[in-house]
Design a protein around this ligand. Sequence first.
Ligand code: ZN
Length: 439
Amino acid sequence: MSRLIIRNGLVLTMDDAGTYYESGTVVVEKDRIVSVAAGCEGYEPREGDRVIDASDKIVMPGLVDLHYHTAIGKGYNDHLPLWEYLDECWYPLVRAVDPEAAYWSALASYTESIKSGCTTVNDMYRQLDSLALAAEHIGIRAVLSNDVALEEHNLDTLEDNHKAYVANHGKANGRIEVLIGIEWLPLASPELLREARALADQLGTGIHVHLNESRTEVDFCLEKFGRRPTELAYETGLLGPDTIAAHCVWLDDREISLMAETRTHISHNPNSNAKLGNGIARIPEMLAAGLNIGLGHDAVECNNSADMFEVMKYASLLQRASRIDASLMPADDVLRMATRNGAKALGHMTGQLTAGYKADIILIDTNNAMFTPMLRDNAVHLSSHLVFAANGSVVDTSIIDGEIVMQGRILTRMNEEQIVREANAAFRRIKDKMVVVKR
Ligand SMILES: [Zn+2]
């Protein structure tokens, strides 16, 4: 069987022991990593093998973007708080999106993500057949869910999500999966949340939900349901080890303990929370409670970048600034959040370079002033550069499910210029169909 051999790299495995090889070899067969080792002896290429010389490149697991929306309307309504932004920008946009616009928007979003080192997206959006097709074509690992809300809000229903699951879950060698998505609790009812849990259990899949994102959301839930959002999610069975709760900025102590009790995973999205003026999540308290926390960029409408390197840096800096404590969120902890913690939340065998795991691997070019000075024998120093100094433009190659989807910053399966052109055309087309409904 032909193999892909990546050799001479600075191999940051992110495995349980934190193993680092100053010069190592990673061998891939089909979609799996079969070997990770120091040096290159014993891995001479055989006929049919592909070899990547990773000299001066960091070889590490791809980044997992744990809270994601395909997006098309970047730069609109940049100065609104969350609720007004949703009503005046996000909902009119996603209600206007048709299958073709969703396809090109997803491709534009996935292109930006792949080019900044992301190999998995946890994408809540609409028109999932189009998103699955886009992911299949460009080669990214995509976990998709619908924007489910009560019917009166004219978004998606559980039936839409069920259909999308039947049509797409497990496609492309399992690279595409479908979860049940709940938009957020102000657009839901306790009955809808119970039905979402029942459907997830029936299908054997997980749940993706926005929770405790803003103070207005908490106030609204207290007024409408007599409970805080996470209390209601707990009572209706929405939480669990198969649930990813995005944001969780305004969790009180009891809600943190409910997350811990149910082993719910958290996606921390610091850039989006900062830009929308939602606040800073209580990450130290959540970590102390033992929660598994991954990172997400959210959507480029509220970020405005999909670059997970920026997300990593914000995740650390915002905690340090707000707590006046430079010891918080060290670089290697943040890197784990962006790789293996996100993979764990999704139940994936990714997020680390270990034999038997899926081959989702990125190569980072260190021949760049961002990586100067370079101490090749010091993994802590490398992690520092990755989190605090670099940005996504340093990613040279991306391998997803064993296939090279970008090399030398060029997509291998699709034409980036065409994607940009078509996405721009799609936005111009749907912009005219946007209808703002004043509450
Ligand atoms: Zn979101």
